[in-house]
Design a protein around this ligand. Structure first.
Ligand SMILES: Cc1cc2nc3c(=O)[nH]c(=O)nc-3n(C[C@H](O)[C@H](O)[C@H](O)COP(=O)(O)O)c2cc1C
Length: 327
C-alpha cells in the first residue's frame, strides 16, 4: 500500500504529521511518535516572548557592564541569558540526531523583529523546514484587515529572504477571504500553509471575575472547517496544504485527504490518547483503502475537492436554506 505524499517538497512515507505540541519537547515521546509511524514532526514552538525576554536581559546586562568599571576577567553571560534560543537549537539538533523523519522547526510570534535574527541559526542547526505561527490577535479598531494581511505577507517575505529551507505559514481561519490570503502567500513565496491555527479562548471566573486563560483540546467537529477551505483551495493553488485542527479519527484524516490535504496534522488526539494513537489511525486508513480498492493515496487525495466533487455546491451556500428549513 503506497501512502506516500509530498509535503513542502519532501517525499513523506504517509500523510500523518504531529503538529507543534509538548510531545516534541521530549526526545522519548518524539521517538514514540516516529515509532508509531509519524512521517515528519513539527517541533514545539520557540516563542517571541522567550526571545524578547532574553534580548531585554542581554541589554540590561551590557548596560550594567558599561556602567560598572570594576567588572573584569571572564565576562561570562549568566546561564539564564543563553537559554531559550540555545536550548531550542540544541533540542533541534538532538531531534535531528535521534529521528530519521524530517523535523520542522516552529516559531510563534506576532511581531517580526524578535525572530528575524535567529532564523538562519535554525536552518544551520538542521531543520528541514520552518513553520511560522503568526499568533496575532487584532484588538484595536484602527487596525484594518489589510494591516493584518500585510503582517503575514511581510513576515513571510522577510523570513524567506533569509532561508533556503521551505517555509510554511500556520494561519487562523479569520480572514475575510481565506482563498485570497493563501494565494497571496503563495505568490509571496510560501511553500505551504497549515489550516488552521486555533486561538485559545479565555473565559471569566464568576467568583473572582478574573479572566481565565484556558486550553481545551479540539474535537473532530473542528476538522470540518479545514476540510471546507482545503476543498476550495486544492485546485486553485499549488503550495502544500496541511490540515490542522480536529483530526482525531481515521474518518477525520480520510475526509481531509479527500478534500485535498497533502498532510494531516494531529495534536489533541495524540495528547489525549498517546503517540500510539497515530499507528491506529494509520492502520484504519490502510484498511479503508484496501476496502475501497485503492493502492495509493494519490488515487483518492483531492478527489472530493470543490472542483472534483459530484455536488460542489454543497461546500458553499447550496442546501443551506433547505437544511435550516428541515431542522
Ligand atoms: C498543549 C498544546 C500545546 C501547543 N503548542 C503549540 C506550539 O508550541 N506551537 C504551535 O504553533 N501550536 C501549538 N499548539 C497547537 C497545535 O499544534 C494545533 O495546531 C492545535 O492544537 C489544533 O490541532 P488539534 O486539533 O490536532 O489539537 C499546541 C496545542 C496544545 C493543545
Amino acid at each position: 500500500m503506497n501512502m506516500q505524499t509530498t509535503y513542502l517538497g519532501m517525499q513523506l512515507k504517509n500523510p500523518l504529521v504531529p503538529s507543534s505540541s509538548p510531545l516534541s519537547k521530549d526526545i522519548d515521546s518524539a521517538k514514540k511518535l516516529e515509532d508509531a509511524g509519524a512521517a515528519a514532526l513539527v517541533m514545539n514552538s520557540l516563542f517571541e516572548e522567550e526571545i524578547r525576554m532574553e534580548d531585554e536581559m542581554l541589554d540590561d546586562f551590557f548596560k550594567h557592564l558599561v556602567k560598572t568599571t570594576d567588572i573584569a576577567g571572564d565576562r561570562v553571560l549568566p546561564d539564564i541569558m543563553c537559554t531559550a534560543i540555545d536550548d531550542y537549537l540544541m533540542h533541534l539538533i538532538r531531534l535531528k540526531t535521534t529521528l530519521d523523519i524530517p523535523v520542522i522547526a516552529s516559531l510563534n510570534a506576532d511581531t517580526l523583529s524578535a525572530w528575524v535574527g535567529h532564523v538562519s541559526e535554525i536552518e544551520e542547526s538542521g531543520a528541514d523546514a520552518l513553520e511560522l505561527n503568526v499568533y496575532h490577535i487584532p484588538t484595536r479598531i484602527e487596525e484594518s484587515s489589510a494591516d493584518v494581511e500585510a503582517l503575514y505577507i511581510d513576515t513571510l517575505t522577510t523570513i524567506k529572504e533569509k532561508l533556503t529551507i521551505p517555509v510554511v505559514m500556520k494561519l487562523p481561519s479569520q480572514f475575510s477571504s481565506v482563498p485570497n490570503m493563501v494565494y497571496r502567500l503563495q505568490q509571496a513565496g510560501a511553500d505551504g500553509v497549515s489550516l488552521f491555527n486555533r486561538f485559545y479562548q479565555p473565559s471569566i471566573d464568576l467568583d473572582s471575575l478574573d479572566v481565565m486563560p484556558q486550553i481545551r483540546l479540539s474535537t473532530s467537529y473542528e476538522s470540518l472547517l479545514s476540510m471546507r477551505w482545503i476543498a476550495f483551495l486544492r485546485d486553485q493553488v499549488k503550495l502544500t496544504l496541511a490540515a490542522t485542527s480536529g483530526a482525531h479519527t481515521v474518518e477525520d484524516a480520510l475526509r481531509l485527504l479527500l478534500t485535498g490535504a497533502d498532510v494531516v496534522h494531529m495534536c489533541s488526539a495524540l495528547l489525549k490518547n498517546g503517540p500510539e494513537h497515530l499507528s491506529e489511525v494509520l492502520k484504519g486508513m490502510q484498511q479503508w483503502m484496501e476496502e475501497k480498492g485503492y493502492d495509493s493515496l494519490s488515487q483518492f487525495q483531492g478527489s472530493v475537492s470543490h472542483a472534483q466533487a459530484a455536488n460542489p455546491a454543497a461546500y458553499a451556500r447550496a442546501n443551506y436554506l433547505q437544511l435550516l428549513k428541515n431542522w
